[in-house]
Design a protein around this ligand. Sequence first.
Ligand SMILES: Cc1cc2nc3c(=O)[nH]c(=O)nc-3n(C[C@H](O)[C@H](O)[C@H](O)COP(=O)(O)OP(=O)(O)OC[C@H]3O[C@@H](n4cnc5c(N)ncnc54)[C@H](O)[C@@H]3O)c2cc1C
Length: 425
Amino acid sequence: MGWDGYRQLKPQGPPGWRETATPHFAATCPFSPQAVDENAIAEDRFPAAPVADPRIGRFEAAYVGHVAEGDFRAGGSSGGMVSWVAAELLRRGLIDGVAHVVPLPGPAAPHFGYRISRSLDQIAEGARSRYHPVHLAHVLDEIRRVPGRYAVVGVPCFVKAVHLARAAEPVLAERITATLGLFCGHMKSGRLVDSFAWQLDVDPDGVTAVDYRRKDADRPANWYTAHLTLADGSARWQDWWHLADGDWGAGFFQNSACNLCDDVVAETADIAFGDAWVEPYASDGRGTNVVIVRAPVLRDIVAAAIGEGRLALESVDADFIAGTQDAGLRHRREGLAYRLTWTRRGIRPKKRVAPSAAGIGWRRKLVYRTRAGIAAWSHRIAWAADRVGMPGLYIRWAKASLGLYQALTYSRGRLGAWLDRLERR
Ligand SMILES: Cc1cc2nc3c(=O)[nH]c(=O)nc-3n(C[C@H](O)[C@H](O)[C@H](O)COP(=O)(O)OP(=O)(O)OC[C@H]3O[C@@H](n4cnc5c(N)ncnc54)[C@H](O)[C@@H]3O)c2cc1C
């Protein structure tokens, strides 16, 4: 994997490598049409799951809540459950290490990378969400090299990639004994950090640390702040809402593969975690998780900890979990069906959603088209702005694009009524 000009990680090789890529590559890339899909992996891993829901997959139990013990909740992005499960697996001697994403020491990009943590302190160092390109190559190499049992934390396509690699390599199958999934809206390019720096009027090369999601217990959980630390030790920060590219749904700097993803909730992971983006939880700045437990061993561990008062979790059903991810699921089901009708170039993807534009209104179609346009053009415009040393070029374009996107998506009142009338024609 190597960096491209848009600050994204891409597979690389000598000229023409794609044409000569081995069947192994085609079977292990999570977006490859040759690879088995999420349903097949989940059926194989969780054959006895009592529920199989078309939106959130197969599962044993589902919860909303947070960690009650220790500093997990305060240290985590939402309720601290990912770090708690990783720590509990280590404490119980069920794993020797956990592969997850931690801040990288030293100034300048890339800022984050995968590491295998082997102690509770190291696990705590990795807490919080990183919307940053990362890859698994070196940690998979370490797992091949160093015998032991490992957990891997990842967004849905990474967890799928791990299962595909396990199917291809017995040593990985034997050693990777737990997968912890993060729900995912989409992955960003590394350029988002440059954009934060430009908008905060600092040099991107002077950024030494990034916190994408600083939370504040006194404000709603979804009002989070981007926070940069600079080489001189000072800091700059801004609420996402005030950033030109801070509306997650608009798709700024989205990786193009995410346009073809149909898994929001890590359907192949042994346990998966997201944010409880519904009230009253969204207003609680301390952060609240939703959790989907798919593997029986983790079902028992979580249930025991609830009984001991170490976890404050309440049982919920599939509708509740899906409700917390309404926008993401709409984009990966209805939106994906629509995108598949017009993304015809390159590799023909094989998805669990069939191409269809049926029943999608004109205004909604325009929202999907605008999102895809913003995703594609944000890379190019930011690249050009960087090349000519004029960040303002990108910021002005981003503000205008955001204005258009938000008018289309959220307008009520007169503009909304006019758009609705146009749609009914
Ligand atoms: C790119 C991305 C998109 C997301 N989109 C959504 C969404 O649309 N809806 C939603 O509900 N939740 C989403 N999440 C998940 C959410 O941000 C929280 O990670 C989740 O709620 C767990 O919070 P926590 O407090 O339990 O985790 P914490 O206790 O803070 O632990 C987080 C763990 O995840 C690891 N980690 C952080 N970033 C990455 C990464 N990029 N790849 C692999 N491991 C990582 C950390 O090392 C740490 O071990 C997303 C996360 C990411 C990284």
